[in-house]
Design a protein around this ligand. Structure first.
Ligand code: UDX
Length: 430
């Protein structure tokens, strides 16, 4: 595994769990040192335990910062480095991916399969093949696209029990090797799809963009529900019971965030544009989602006639979703920032994301618990649906807050129950 981010470290440890000898490589020596001590560079449920198990007992998992050396032993090399959005552009930045390809080209000894697992625009795996071909003969390697669909917060389970595995290859030899690697999943009847390299690359972006579209769709429906007296939760439940639509990813909220959807939606559209195809739907999803957290912040400001000076606002949840400390493109952070700039006194709490949040939002108050946030606050915003925020004691909240107003951006409370406590309640799409 080249790159020890989410995809690389989770995949490396899960392949070790399958019984393969796995080596994770990263150019960042301090990151490698810390992983070698059993400390994961990010919070992911279950990953610390898996890491300690494989470091200490199975010995199937090792670490290195020397890519050239590591390549000598490998039968399969997964490229799992980051592909962030380029600064000032919507395209994916592939510099790290191509740098790894260069290194591979210089160090192949025995035949190996080079796999793109990072999310890369269609055409990238072929480009990698060209780069490697410049210094290695074509019988020494094959390239494969094998996109990863794991979600942060449930990454191990997603790896071990995926809905499908996609393998994009151009010959039987590499396809057979990849099928061998995924044999443990095949035995549990996971669908393993063989496609061309190009199809595999498109599948990843199309899947993420489609899910993002579902979210933006229901978010706009939620806006309508708010103005016409409908309830978006009833609407999405009934829609979801239609098997052609499905219930997942129809939860209205403050917009999608995280390290994948915002970046992938932009990159997919940029790829289409390069091929003279205008992705009007995906472009609209991107625009709708980018404006959403600021519009939610405006709604909160409007409740106070746009005068937030001196108003104490508590925010629960800073990560882009529960069970992660990831704050990349977190709508909660955008909303906190907007309300802070507008004069609100912001207090917040998150079970795991406060260390990361402090780096980009240093001038707000960080509390020790959800109830600490409530103390003396006028407004409570439930921004991320961590389980521990789902059953807070409303009586206690009423006592701790001053004339409380709750904005439940994830619709995790029952409107009637909250209102019956004498608390003003605003859900999304209600
Ligand atoms: C996503 C994809 O699900 C995964 O397959 C891919 O490989 C990586 O990107 P992840 O970013 O971890 O995974 O989170 P996900 O659970 O998909 O949620 C993304 C965002 O959408 C979050 O901000 C979440 O709060 C939001 N969301 C999700 C909604 O607002 N409503 C929903 O119904 C579902």
């Amino acid at each position: 595994m080249v790159g020890t981010g989410y995809v690389g470290l989770v995949s490396g440890l899960c392949f070790a769990e399958f019984g393969f000898e796995t080596l994770c490589v990263d150019k960042d020596q301090s990151r490698i040192n810390s992983i070698a001590k059993g400390v994961c560079p990010f919070f992911e449920p279950g990953l610390d335990d898996l890491l300690v198990k494989h470091l200490n007992s199975t010995k199937r998992f090792s670490l290195s910062n020397n890519l050239s050396e590591s390549l000598k032993e490998a039968s399969v090399v997964f490229i799992t480095v980051g592909t962030p959005t380029k600064r000032l552009e919507n395209e994916a930045d592939l510099n790290d991916v191509y740098a790894v390809a260069e290194k591979i080209s210089e160090n192949i000894v025995n035949y190996c399969v080079v796999v793109t697992k990072s999310t890369v625009p269609v055409g990238t795996t072929r480009k990698i093949k060209e780069i490697i071909s410049q210094k290695s003969s074509s019988d020494k390697f094959d390239v494969v696209s094998n996109p990863e669909f794991l979600r942060e917060g449930s990454a191990i389970n997603d790896f071990m029990h995926p809905d499908r595995v996609v393998i994009g290859t151009e010959n039987k030899k590499s396809e057979d090797i990849m099928r061998q690697i995924y044999r443990p999943l095949y035995l549990q009847k996971t669908s393993i799809l063989s496609t061309t390299i190009e199809s595999a690359e498109v599948i990843k972006y199309a899947s993420n963009s489609f899910l993002a579209t579902k979210i933006s769709f229901i978010n706009e429906v939620a806006d309508l529900c708010e103005t016409v007296g409908a309830d978006v939760q009833d609407v999405s439940k009934a829609m979801g019971l239609d098997k052609r639509i499905g219930e997942k990813f129809l939860h209205a909220g403050p917009g999608f965030g995280g390290s994948c959807f915002p970046k992938d939606v932009k990159a997919f559209s940029a790829t289409a544009k390069k091929h003279n195809i205008e992705f009007s739907i995906i472009n609209a999803v991107n625009a709708s989602n980018e404006s959403r957290p600021r519009r939610i912040a405006s709604k909160i400001k409007n409740r106070f006639n746009n005068k937030l000076d001196g108003i104490s606002i508590g925010i629960l949840g800073l990560s882009f979703k529960p069970n992660t400390d990831d704050i990349r493109d977190s709508t909660s952070i955008i909303i906190a920032n907007e309300l802070n700039k507008s004069g609100g006194n912001i207090k917040c709490f998150d079970p795991h994301a406060m260390t990361n949040a402090k780096e980009i939002l240093p001038d707000i108050d960080y509390c020790k618990s959800a109830y600490d946030v409530c103390k003396g606050s006028r407004v409570l915003i439930i921004a991320t649906e961590w389980n521990e925020f789902r059953a807070l004691d409303l009586k206690k909240i009423k006592e701790l807050m001053k004339d409380p107003v709750i904005f439940d951006l994830r619709n995790i409370y029952n409107e009637t129950e909250v209102k019956d406590m004498g608390i003003e309640y605003h859900g999304v799409g209600k």
